[in-house]
Design a protein around this ligand. Structure first.
Ligand SMILES: Cc1cc2nc3c(=O)[nH]c(=O)nc-3n(C[C@H](O)[C@H](O)[C@H](O)COP(=O)(O)OP(=O)(O)OC[C@H]3O[C@@H](n4cnc5c(N)ncnc54)[C@H](O)[C@@H]3O)c2cc1C
Length: 815
């Protein structure tokens, strides 16, 4: 007998592809939740049924790698639980390098794998030949091999997950189309379908390429674009046996795996084709797009060179399937910033089978606890902004990201499409001064400045890139004279209302309830004590505050504040990012420069550190914040956007006699590394607590003000720390640290580098990373070890430092 259509459920998951079924499985299995899955047609009828089924694990984020690793663990044991086979085969994953730089990339990737606890080996062309005999290897520089990668049957895994979900109590309703949502006071409370309405606490939208349209019914933005992705399946080929590893050949833009003695062969072309600018046609289920042999020809030609026996193999079938891709090449999960209780798991960029298991588990935990379970920033839906509601922009950037799927992963690569988008009023002046721009959440920002005769074009490299000397000049100007940075892209919020102070008391770990005129650097913590936000709070008035945070964290931080400030209270959050511009003036000559353009008192006594004042410059009222992220005397000058040109011109003229230089974001990075300032998303994340990060001094545990994360933080502070952030330097200037290098203490792995770069003043490579030890880490433990870093598979000696390398107050360099 068919069960009656449910009128109520705790959680409703929409979409019966691998991601929806995995999320439902984990909600039911791990959380014993009352969950209903709604599928428009039949399970797997979207993108899942036609996936090729390769499962790779390594990503540049530890948490995402962990998530993919969990997928492998799940898939290898799922059939034993559900009785339904998944086709899982741990065939291993082989990557081929044709270009020498690719081999450098693989060496760095292998080190990243070691940092994250995965086995990965480098192989010579001969070893590859022995492992994969039908392959032509004479043009190869080498390759890498990850034994635990594998492949599976996408439909079978999904059916197995669905069965597991049912076994743990979930209901799955096929042939049920979601047509709308019930949203009350900004929170979703129900799902409307063609079978009736289900009232629920939370919704998880896992609708693949339909997610944009389905989430849009609730006012939620899901920036993705369906792109055509093709592969062929061949007849059996001599020498292709079931034990062969899956292969990725990035320099040839192709991938392949064995299937019934033949090959499944696909690729990521640099000229991809979007599918449909508009709505997906009704009834698009278990369907493919027309074969596009002309477009596929490029992959075929390169694959024939790699596996010559392909020449004689017939093609059994071609699959041209639409799949959702995103503007930065990775998926999105988490609670939508627009509607409380509305979660999304979508945009899987052709690795939804690999990610499905782990993403479903992470999403289930996030749904149940209302907080991300680990540092999932790189896949957090809150990394997008209003810009991503522009479909044309999303399409253009997504196609660029698709075309770069197999591009070399150089550090500091910038996208080129859809630019410029948001510019500061000083954009032309900065360009004239030689700016090489980067883009962040739509904003054009100077990364560095080319001198006369130099080209401002980036030429990325795994070694010293072409901007190395230019950034050094800016760094030096900031340390020795004065530098001017256009930081107008900072995300800026005003929080006001009679309950504003109380709300900030609750969500800020530091004490921000200081008198108007004071500034506070603070973190906002989750209930585990992990760092969710890292920002500056200026108290403007008793009931008004100004918050400044990183450009990329605009949606994330405002959503966190809205979510955690008491919803019934009188608290209003206004995003004023585009209304305020910021010029930062830093360096020993910053006071002389600023003093020449204002009559206000900017002496140390009259305008001490961690305060703000309104001062007059060039006839404009400027909100000057005495704060620094570079370790020098200086001010962030915030002003109405229309004042920027006048203030800039005045500062420039006043700074000239002091040797004022323009400087960009790459100089900020090297300056902050020397001074030991932490970067959110790298050194400090929701998985790290302030005491572990060396920021315990910024937590108000000594006050009796209650705050979110207080209990967990007190608990962390009361017992030995399991990990602690430390600074490392490498003396050899030829070795470049880029992040994710493995940290060895007394010969054993204890962590990895979270952020790194060259310190121009100290003349060394600098890296930060957590040192872990189950029995506890303290300064004595840190100082007593012998340390090495694994960089691109080579162990190099390094020195640990427990204090900032550079401290201008003491006018000395500690290194
Ligand atoms: C040619 C090709 C090859 C690929 N190869 C691989 C690979 O080798 N490895 C890998 O990891 N990934 C691969 N992928 C990617 C993989 O297929 C996807 O990432 C994955 O299937 C996405 O799963 P999903 O659950 O997010 O979406 P889908 O499988 O599309 O599921 C979404 C579901 O939502 C349902 N839905 C939509 N609207 C509604 C509504 N209004 N009401 C109710 N239900 C609705 C749909 O019917 C659909 O079943 C490949 C993709 C393609 C196109």
């Amino acid at each position: 007998m068919t069960k009656a259509f449910p009128s109520q459920a705790q959680y409703v998951v929409i979409g019966g592809g691998i991601v929806g079924c995995s999320t439902a499985y984990h909600l039911a299995r791990d959380h014993k939740a009352d969950v209903v899955v709604l599928e428009r047609d039949r399970l797997t009828s979207g993108s899942t049924w036609h996936a090729a089924g390769l499962v790779g694990q390594l990503r540049s984020s530890a948490a995402i790698t962990q998530l993919l690793r969990y997928s492998v663990e799940l898939y290898s044991g799922l059939d034993a639980e559900t009785g339904l086979a998944t086709g899982w085969k741990a065939s291993g994953g082989l990557r081929l390098a044709r270009r020498p730089e690719r081999m450098i990339e693989f060496k760095r990737q292998a080190t990243t794998a070691h940092s994250f606890g995965l086995e990965m080996h480098l192989l010579s062309p001969d070893e590859i030949k022995r492992m994969w005999p039908p392959m032509e290897t004479s043009d190869l520089a080498g390759g890498s091999f990850m034994p635990s990668d594998g492949q599976a049957n996408p439909s079978d895994i999904t059916q197995s997950l669905a069965k597991g979900a049912r076994m743990h109590g979930a209901q799955i309703r096929e042939q049920t189309v979601v047509t709308g949502f019930v949203v009350k006071d900004g929170r979703v409370t129900g799902v409307e379908t063609d079978q009736g309405t289900i009232l629920c606490d939370k919704v998880v939208c896992c609708c693949g390429m339909w997610s944009k349209e389905v989430a849009g019914l609730a006012g939620v933005s899901v920036p993705l674009q369906a792109v055509q992705h093709q592969y062929i399946v061949t007849e059996p080929i001599d020498g292709v046996t079931p034990d062969l590893a899956t292969v990725r050949d990035p320099d040839c833009l192709t991938y392949f795996k064995e299937e019934v003695g033949g090959l499944v062969l696909g690729g990521y072309e640099q000229n991809p084709k979007a599918w449909l600018p508009g709505r997906i046609p009704d009834g698009f289920s278990f369907q493919l797009l027309d074969d596009d042999w002309d477009h596929f020809e490029q992959h075929m030609a390169r694959a024939l060179e790699r596996v010559p026996a392909l020449e004689n193999a017939g093609v059994k079938s071609m699959t041209n399937g639409p799949e959702s891709f995103t503007p930065d090449g990775t998926f999105m999960i988490g609670e939508a910033p627009e509607v409380a209780g509305f979660f999304v798991g979508a945009g899987f960029n052709a690795f939804g089978i690999a990610a499905g298991g782990g993403a479903g588990r992470a999403l289930a935990e996030w749904v149940v606890h209302g907080e991300q379970p680990a540092d999932l920033w790189s896949v957090d839906i809150r990394r997008f902004s209003g810009l991503h509601r522009d479909d044309d922009w999303v399409r253009e950037r997504t196609l660029e990201a698709y075309g770069k799927h197999y591009a070399m992963g150089f550090p500091h690569e910038e996208y080129v499409s859809g630019r410029p988008r948001l510019t500061s009023p000083l954009y032309d002046r900065m360009a004239e001064a030689g700016a090489s721009f980067g883009s962040k959440l739509g904003w054009e920002r100077p990364n560095w400045f080319a001198a006369q005769g130099e080209s401002p074009q980036d030429e990325p490299s795994f070694g010293r890139a072409n901007w190395f000397d230019a950034v050094g000049r800016e760094h030096e100007a900031c340390r020795e004279r004065v530098a001017l940075f256009d930081q107008s892209s900072f995300a800026k919020f005003e929080i006001s209302g009679s309950d504003a102070a109380q709300a900030l008391d609750w969500i800020c770990a530091n004490d921000v309830s200081k008198p108007p005129g004071r500034l506070t650097y603070t973190q906002m913590l989750n209930s585990r004590g992990g760092i969710e936000c890292d920002l500056t709070v200026a108290r403007l008035d008793d009931d008004r505050f100004y918050l400044v945070t990183g450009t990329g964290f605009r949606t994330h931080d405002s959503a966190w504040i809205r979510q955690n400030a008491n919803s019934g209270a009188d608290v209003v959050l206004d995003d004023v990012t585009e209304q305020w511009g910021t010029l930062s003036l830093f360096g020993p000559k910053a006071r002389d420069t600023l003093g020449a353009v204002t009559d206000d008192d900017i002496s140390h006594k009259g305008f001490p550190f961690a305060t703000w004042r309104d001062i007059a410059i060039a006839g404009h009222k400027v909100r000057a914040l005495r704060v620094t992220y570079v370790g020098e005397l200086g001010w962030e000058l915030h002003m109405p956007i229309g004042a920027m040109a006048d203030v800039y011109d005045a500062l420039r003229a006043a700074g000239d006699p002091h040797g004022l230089a323009h400087a960009g974001y790459r100089a900020i990075e090297s300056l902050r590394l020397e001074k030991g300032y932490r970067a959110w998303g790298a050194d400090i994340t929701p998985s790290d607590t302030p005491f572990e990060a060396g920021l315990g001094w910024a937590v108000k545990l000594k006050t009796n003000i209650d705050f979110l994360g207080r209990d967990a933080t007190r608990e962390t502070a009361s017992r030995p720390l399991g990990k602690q952030l430390a600074c490392f330097t490498v003396d050899d200037p030829e070795i470049m640290l880029n992040g994710r290098e493995t940290i060895f203490r007394n010969g054993g792995i204890v962590g990895y580098i979270t952020s790194a770069g060259w310190g121009y003043t100290v003349g060394r490579n600098i890296g930060y990373g957590y040192v872990r030890n189950e029995e506890g880490v303290d300064d004595a433990f840190l100082s007593s070890g012998d340390y090495e870093l694994e960089v691109a598979c080579e162990r190099v000696p390094c020195t640990i430092h427990l204090e900032a390398l550079y401290d201008p107050d003491m006018s000395r360099i500690k290194c």
